[in-house]
Design a protein around this ligand. Structure first.
Ligand code: ZN
Length: 175
């Protein structure tokens, strides 16, 4: 018997991504490129998330102040919806939460974070964290985003970050 807990991702995708766990040899991909996905596997249903590290030319990072739990300042992020692959979720979340267009991206971390809960009651999330290059102007979605902007490292150190984003900034050696 397969028991599914809070499976709003009932068609979660299992994608085959070639990447290095470290940062070496990761290529930039054009966001218009075609991507492949594997067949859905019921026994692997779990929440998957994408996150976007967006850095400006002058070394500032784009953060949002989340209007929903878990609160705090965070990079753009969200669940991978049923039928989506991570890159599609990344493009969608960036548009929804900032108004930016995704130009280029590269996967920098793929990792399961067991303690990273969400407001849908799931404790752990399988994360796909991307570095992103974007274009366009900020037009945040008011429901999800309390405020947003570009923050220097000194400013970030004084912000109350959402725990998983504090973790990512440390994991990536940014903080
Ligand atoms: Zn979740």
């Amino acid at each position: 018997m397969i028991f599914l807990l809070c499976c709003d991702q009932d068609a979660a995708t299992d994608i085959r991504l070639q990447f290095d766990q470290a940062f070496a040899n990761v290529l930039w991909h054009d966001s218009g490129q075609n991507l492949t996905k594997n067949n859905f596997k019921m026994q692997e249903v779990k929440h998957k998330s994408v996150g976007a590290i967006i850095r400006s030319g002058d070394g500032k990072y784009f953060l949002i102040e989340r209007n929903t739990q878990p609160f705090g300042f965070a990079g753009i992020a969200g669940h991978i919806d049923p039928g989506e692959i991570p890159e599609q979720a990344l493009k969608r979340e960036i548009k929804e939460e900032s108004g930016f267009n995704l130009l280029e991206y590269k996967l920098v971390v793929q990792k399961f974070i067991a303690w990273n809960w969400c407001n849908k009651g799931v404790t752990g999330h399988d994360w796909y964290l991307f570095e992103c290059r974007i274009s366009g102007k900020i037009t945040p979605a008011p429901r999800e985003v309390k405020s947003s902007g570009w923050y220097s490292l000194a400013e970030i150190q004084n912000l109350r970050l959402e725990p998983v984003w504090e973790y990512w900034f440390k994991e990536l050696g940014i903080l």
